[in-house]
Design a protein around this ligand. Structure first.
Ligand code: B12
Length: 222
């Protein structure tokens, strides 16, 4: 069992490895976490995911650009692949929640959607990723098939985001209890409300927190 100081050292190292897009260090420290008895869940949440949140902030401040963000996510995945099999159900209330995620029809932008996916996976959620250019009815079908708690819709264009209200209606008609969250650069909290979405998050760093808040606000699940 690692001492408190050693645990903090490993968690800090994991955060720094993601920010420095150092895949080798992320993998090495993830193995060290397991070998020394640091909880895999803490290593993901307080290590890798916290590092990725920092990367999101750096992206927002134009300190990092898309290529760096992608390299950081490679480092995050290098660690996540090692730690994920060791996360035990019940480690946290978020574990085993499910989200259907995709970019709406006509839109092929997926860098942001993939970052959102990473953050949910890092928090232990099961993500059903439908990819990009997703046929509108597919979101409701997949939600009904999986009984996912949330459907997350992404759009990066002012033209494609216009389909969101229809998608939300289709989901609600089929499963009134399912919550819908929207995101993407042209969206805003006001547009999300107008569209009938239950939640909105500005970036991947805020998405999981907002999803958890949304579910407890709605009181349907979670
Ligand atoms: C990279 C990029 C591309 C790449 C996409 C590669 C890929 N695999 O994604 C390529 C080259 C393919 C591309 C193509 C096109 N693009 Co483009 N593209 C961009 C660019 C430069 C960056 C987008 C990006 O990845 N940002 C980085 C990520 C991290 O940020 P993000 O996507 O906003 O995601 C964050 C949040 O929005 C949020 N989020 C995102 N989704 C979700 C979902 C949920 C549920 C939640 C909670 C949160 C959330 O969290 C994310 C992470 O923090 C933008 C310009 C810009 N600065 O935004 C233009 C841009 C989006 N593209 C644009 C256009 C017009 C096009 C094309 C039509 C160009 C053309 N003429 O061919 C095609 C469209 C093809 C299509 N049918 O979709 C326009 C859209 C204009 C508009 N307002 O409608 C933009 C804004 C450029 C511009 N200024 O004109 N593009």
């Amino acid at each position: 069992m690692a001492s408190a100081e050693r645990t903090q050292e490993i968690l800090k190292g994991l955060r720094e490895a993601v920010v420095a897009y150092d895949e080798e260090a992320a993998a090495r420290l993830s193995k060290a976490a397991l070998a020394e008895g640091v909880s895999a869940y803490d290593a993901v949440r307080q290590g890798l995911a916290a590092g990725m949140e920092k990367v999101g902030e750096m992206f927002a401040k134009h300190e990092y650009f898309v290529p760096e963000v992608l390299l950081c996510s490679d480092a995050l995945y290098a660690g996540l692949d090692i730690l994920r099999p060791h996360i035990r159900a019940g480690d946290a209330s978020e574990v085993r929640k499910q989200i259907v995620l995709g970019t709406v029809e006509g839109d092929v932008h997926d860098i942001g959607k993939n970052l959102v996916k990473i953050m949910f996976e890092a928090a232990g959620w099961l993500v059903h990723d439908l990819g990009t250019d997703v046929k509108l009815e597919k979101f409701a079908e997949e939600q009904a098939r999986t009984n996912a708690d949330i459907v997350g819709l992404s759009a990066l264009m002012t033209s494609t985001m216009l389909a969101m209200p229809r998608v939300i209606q289709m989901i609600k008609a089929r499963s009134p209890g399912a919550a819908v969250m929207v995101g993407g650069a042209p969206l805003s909290p006001e547009i999300a409300r107008q569209y009938g979405a239950d939640g909105y998050a500005r970036n991947a760093g805020e998405a999981v927190r907002e999803a958890v808040n949304m579910l407890s606000r709605l009181g349907t699940k979670g």
